[in-house]
Design a binder for this molecule. Structure first.
Ligand code: DON
Length: 304
């Protein structure tokens, strides 16, 4: 029997002592107002037990973690047809780079770099009657928690400063890979990224990927095959140009966001979320990566 609570406690006590907590993302001005000392972990076993430490119930901006949820929503609605508009290859580049997008004629490398997530947003804007409301309902249903909401200040803050995303969306449009207006698609995308959730809520939302497509609340949300494929993309593309490092150090499919959150999972076993807002040079939570490395090493559990 693994004593998960004492492992989480010891990881917490070790990592919070690190004086270099990384840098808070400030390119979205509203994200700068976060306490750098915040740190939380929540672990949910597929069998039902949960364990947590620190600020595990405090909500934060999930940012790019939302890209997994929007992909799941789009896949559950359109099936495999989305793959003629984007690829499933790691980009080896930062999340907002555009050089490959131009070279590869407007087909984003994968759904987790910004251009790929913008194509997914375009698909959802085309499909849904009320994209922002419908996506929020999807995430609330997955999590079983109606308190989840967008942070409109964060969404508007990114709207004011998201020039690179406007450039990416325009480039997609020039290659005929965006059907709706740039402004409408980005309005949806900025809101999806502004979702605020706690570590506890994120583990619940990601239960569906660890549990063969069945969410925590007994409604089937994905096929087994869709869950498998989304996990594969998390493993290969979830951390941008640090995906190899995350697989090497942690050994789990996962996804990060510039709000400092990371969710990772071991299929059929557990989901774990970590939040520490300071980022490393690659834009992933510095202490979050360390905590997850310690967790999989100390529990001797990973996909490898
Ligand atoms: O589009 C952006 O730049 C942000 N809304 C999301 C970026 C992000 O979280 C990258 N992840 N590590």
């Amino acid at each position: 029997m693994i004593d998960y609570q004492s492992i989480l406690n010891s990881i917490y006590n070790k990592v919070i002592q690190d004086k270099d907590k990384g840098q808070i993302a400030t390119y979205i001005p509203e994200l700068a107002n976060v306490d750098k000392n915040s740190f939380g972990i929540h672990l949910q076993l597929i069998s039902g037990e949960t364990f947590s430490v620190g600020d595990s119930e405090k909500k934060f901006s999930i940012q790019s973690i939302s890209k997994v949820l929007s992909l799941a929503f789009a896949m559950s609605k359109v099936g495999t047809d989305i793959w003629n508009r984007l690829d499933v290859e790691p980009s080896g580049n930062p999340f907002n780079h555009m050089s490959l997008l131009e070279l590869e004629k407007g087909i984003p490398r994968n759904p987790f770099i910004n251009s790929g997530a913008i194509v997914i947003a375009d698909i959802l804007v085309s499909l849904l009657d009320n994209p922002k409301e419908d996506f929020l309902t999807y995430v609330r249903d997955l999590t079983g928690d109606a308190s989840i909401d967008y942070n409109y200040k964060v969404a508007n803050s990114e709207k004011q400063t998201g020039f690179t995303n406007y450039a990416a969306a325009n480039l997609l449009k020039s290659f005929d890979n965006l059907n709706n207006d740039v402004v409408d698609v980005l309005d949806f995308y900025f809101h999806q990224c502004s979702l605020e959730m706690s570590c506890e809520q994120l583990t619940k939302a990601f239960y569906v990927f660890a549990n063969k497509g069945n969410c925590l609340f007994e409604k089937t949300r994905l096929t087994k095959s869709q869950a498998k494929r989304i996990n594969a993309i998390m493993l290969t593309c979830g951390f941008y140009d640090e995906a190899g490092e995350f697989a090497f150090e942690v050994g789990l499919p996962g996804k990060s966001g510039v709000g400092g959150g990371i969710v990772a999972l071991l299929p059929n076993k557990f989901i774990i979320s970590v939040w520490s807002p300071g980022l490393n040079e690659r834009g992933n939570s510095k202490l979050g990566m360390q905590a997850l490395e310690l967790f999989t090493t100390q529990t001797n559990q990973s996909i490898f």
